[in-house]
Write a protein that binds this ligand. Structure first.
Ligand SMILES: [Zn+2]
Length: 539
């Protein structure tokens, strides 16, 4: 149930049961989309100009993406991605048609001459068709309760190429982009970035033009087409823009007030909202939520918790709107700091789940923080490592969220000095903002700043299934307790508070036995499991 709820809220998979099926071998398409192959690695994205028309009646999209890139080596071929069910109409380069070969979701494009390293090129990729919407996302063609078209994209798991031609991977981002979406008159499109304006095309359609002035990951790009009402506010000098269906505008005005507290909390911990030039937007959508950059998708029914439910079951979730707090947290981790491979998506989901906990601490206090972060323990499965196999377009697993957050919480307890921890967190974000990074980068950064090699700790929590187990063996006659970690990482060392609640002492167990004198009876001797995500084996 918790998995169902949590996955649903972030992945909009309201009827998904696929997370419960055993992991299958990656398909050829998963490898083509997930790996950073030679025809991706030979170029660096500079910009996209996506220019499409959306037909709500036929449920089709048609148009083009102008892709600008710089070659990193001499080569005559690049890989762009587009789901097989969508048509490639033509690919133009310098006025001529390019040859291409389709292989599953990949489109290998050949140039008539060698493209030169260091030079910039641009292609116009024309496409059309009916994008799909599966359990984990895609392009959703719906009508709103008043019967008007309501269309929205969401593609963290299936990838951007489910609805538009793109270099559908996480490592390489464009520096900026424009998004132009033509929709029937009376509807509007809301996408990422700033609204440049709209233009009546004279054929019953109006084109809405948006400009993104920051790097943006592919799955963060979205369209939201509907009959929207809009209002704007300011938080300091940050522009806030809110969009809701006309019938829901009063409810939205009340619920969306939480955006201000959310922004205040995250700016407190990490620094300025990352996409200030583009502003912050919250947009009502027909699905539950998604972290689209500067254009957060909201469908949480204007209630607190997750669709009104206390989904972590300790009375904290219902104090705030999960979708506003979680999805917007991704502006810092997911959109600004981005993982370079979907295998390391805990950098998005685990750290953002930890951001929820920080929001709780900032807003409701430390006791609620502890209650809330530990409420995620019962959702951890420990069935597969948090960090998945590199180079495979694989679906996210729940432990990336829950165990990822509990790992960050444990790291705070390892540091065991909150003033230092807040500085570390702020510094970590500031160091990596607007970059695409891997788990190794996170481990190396914290190790350097904390002054001890934390790699075995990162590895144990993120690259093995089991969490550390603290083994305690008592010798009552000698008033002694022996302790060590039972872990997979042979060089694992982690301090932990042991003793009795309110009277802890810090020990530094390794994988070798050490002994401590204690007058605490074995029945009372324990460890601070609310501060560290660990198991205890006491005998
Ligand atoms: Zn998320």
């Amino acid at each position: 149930m918790f998995r169902y709820l949590l996955l649903a809220c972030v992945l909009l998979a309201l009827n998904s049961l696929s997370a419960q099926t055993p992991p299958s071998e990656p398909s050829h398409a998963d490898i083509l989309r997930g790996s950073y192959g030679p025809y991706r690695a030979n170029n660096d994205l500079l910009s996209y100009a996506l220019d499409i028309r959306v037909d709500p009646v036929e449920k089709t999209i048609s148009g083009k993406n102008t892709i600008r890139f710089r070659m990193l080596k001499d080569d005559g071929r690049i890989q762009i991605d587009l789901y097989e069910n969508l048509n490639v109409d033509k690919v133009l380069f310098a006025g001529g048609n390019l040859k291409y070969r389709r292989d599953a979701g990949a489109v290998f494009i050949d140039f008539p001459q060698t493209l030169k390293s260091g030079k910039t090129y641009s292609i116009d990729f024309y496409y059309s068709g009916k994008p799909t919407y599966g359990e984990r996302g895609g392009m959703l063609f719906r009508t709103d309760p008043a019967g008007r078209p309501w269309i929205a994209s969401s593609c963290e798991n299936p990838g951007s190429s489910i609805w538009w031609p793109s270099k559908d991977q996480w490592r390489d981002e464009v520096e900026n982009m424009t998004i132009s979406v033509a929709v029937p008159n009376g509807l509007m499109d809301i996408s990422n970035g700033r609204l440049l304006g709209s233009k009546d095309l004279g054929d019953g359609y109006t084109r809405w033009d948006w400009a993104v002035s920051y790097p943006i990951n592919n799955y963060g790009i979205s369209i939201n087409v509907g009959r929207y009402d809009h209002w704007s506010e300011k938080l300091g000098d940050l522009d806030l823009n809110f969009y809701a269906l006309p019938e829901d505008i009063e409810k939205a005005k009340k619920q969306f007030e939480q955006a201000r507290g959310m922004l205040a909390a995250y700016q407190h911990y990490f620094g300025e909202y990352p996409f200030k030039r583009d502003g912050y937007k919250l947009i009502q959508t027909p699905y539950v939520g998604m972290e689209h950059q500067s254009a957060v998708a909201y469908g949480n029914r204007f209630t607190n918790g997750f669709v009104g439910k206390d989904f972590t079951g300790v009375g904290i979730s219902t104090k705030f709107d999960y979708i506003i707090i979680h999805e917007s947290g991704h502006e810092w981790f997911g959109n600004s700091v981005t993982a370079a491979d979907i295998s390391d998506a805990w950098i998005h989901e685990g750290i953002t789940t930890y951001l929820e906990c920080l929001y709780v601490e900032y807003t409701f206090g430390h006791d609620d923080y502890l209650k809330y972060v530990n409420s995620y323990r019962k959702m951890v499965e420990n069935k597969e490592p948090v960090v998945a196999t590199r180079g495979i377009a694989k679906q996210l697993n729940l432990d990336m969220y829950t165990k990822g957050a509990l790992f960050m919480h444990t790291l705070r307890s390892i540091v065991s000095d909150d003033a230092k921890w807040w500085k570390l967190l702020h510094g970590f974000y500031q160091h990596f903002k607007y970059q695409n990074i891997m788990t190794e980068d996170v481990a190396a950064w914290f190790s350097r700043r904390v002054g001890t090699d934390l790699t075995p700790v990162f590895n144990q929590y993120l690259r093995h299934t089991a969490i550390p187990k603290l083994e305690l063996r008592f010798d009552e006659s000698k008033k002694e307790v022996s302790y060590r970690w039972r872990v997979d990482e042979p060089t694992f060392v982690m301090p932990v508070k042991v003793g009795t609640p309110g009277n802890w002492q810090v020990v530094r167990p390794t994988t070798e036995w050490q002994t401590l004198k204690t007058s605490i009876p074995p029945a009372d001797f324990t460890a601070a499991t609310d501060l560290y995500f660990i198991d205890i084996d006491k005998r």
